[in-house]
Design a protein around this ligand. Structure first.
Ligand code: E4P
Length: 222
């Protein structure tokens, strides 16, 4: 499974990358705005940091077909490889996904709110599908629908990878890892919630206190 950081906060990206095995970074317009930088700077900083084998996903902002295509080409041209244009699955976006793949561009279909939308984007050749898990839960069981999407892609022999996105709690993530989702893009706070547990901190504090009491020092060998 590919673990992706859903953030344009460079300090957070660097920290998570030092702690865990990270395959890349996703952004969207709201995430870029939140960085407090102009898009050129925010994206430039991330690209300057990522290794060439780590993937980068940036979202188009224009909503008309020609505009989406122009921005999808510009995003793909940012690096020689491993760079993907995120295209929302609107009508114009679906048309653009099909055309972009015919041009050989790397594409992630984003803003997916149903298994059907994801499946159709996969048929258009999208490399990745990003279902918005938490937002899908406003319309039904988002996690179940994403599991359906994984199955639809698999049984139909499509190449697209399902990248779960828009997570607001660890339980949604847990279930999708369990069923073998291909990729997850997670904001830093969800990564921290997955990694840390108060029980672990408590256990380590106990070991340290017991060691100090027994040997009068905080290290293993003298
Ligand atoms: C990632 O690619 C998505 O843009 C992101 O996860 C959306 O998250 P949100 O629903 O919290 O805005």
């Amino acid at each position: 499974m590919e673990l992706i950081v859903d953030s344009a906060d460079l300090a957070a990206i660097k920290e998570i990358d030092s702690l865990l095995t990270i395959s890349g970074v996703t952004t969207n317009p709201s995430i870029v705005i939140k960085s407090g930088k102009y898009p050129e700077q925010a994206i430039g900083d991330i690209l300057a940091y990522l290794r060439p084998d780590q993937k980068f996903f940036a979202q188009v902002v224009r909503t008309d077909f020609e505009g989406i295509m122009e921005e999808a080409r510009a995003i793909n041209a940012l690096r020689p490889e491993n760079t993907y244009a995120k295209i929302p699955v609107t009508r114009e976006g679906m048309r653009a996904i099909k055309a972009a793949k015919q041009e050989g561009l790397n594409v992630l279909a984003t803003g997916i709110h149903s298994a059907e939308q994801g499946f159709l984007a996969a048929m258009n050749g999208a490399d990745y599908l990003a279902p918005y898990v938490n937002r899908m839960c406003n319309y039904g069981d988002g996690v179940e629908r994403v599991i359906d999407l994984i199955e639809m892609v698999t049984v139909n022999g499509l190449d697209a990878k399902v990248m779960g996105a828009s997570f607001h709690n660890v339980e949604e993530v847990h279930e999708l890892i369990r069923v073998g989702i291909h990729a997850l893009t997670l904001p830093p706070n969800i990564v921290s919630l997955m990694m840390e547990h108060p029980g672990t901190e408590k256990a380590v504090e106990e070991f340290s206190a017991n060691w100090q009491a027994a040997y009068g020092r905080d290290h293993l060998f003298g």
